[in-house]
Design a protein around this ligand. Sequence first.
Ligand SMILES: [Zn+2]
Length: 102
Amino acid sequence: MIPCPYCDRHFKNKQALRAHQKHCPLKNKKTEKGNTNDFERLLLRYMLFLSNLDYIPERFTVSEIANALNCSKETVRRFMSWLMSSEYYEIVKLVITVKRKT
Ligand SMILES: [Zn+2]
């Protein structure tokens, strides 16, 4: 079995993988405008979600964030790992710190 590097679906051989990649939604998305843009948009929604909360808990579950951002749990996982390694994470930490103080 060979995994598609974009969406992680598995295929029985290289030929099947190549046929799939012509239509792989994640691959086409990436080449169109890059994943970062999508995550940046999610980040705005995430910041809005944090800002609107009365109280920020120690941690969120993946489902809570998926509901708040209106996306799949898989997207939340990828978004979170992108966020943790991105410079934008400083802004998120700042918002959380400020919210906890008030
Ligand atoms: Zn794929």
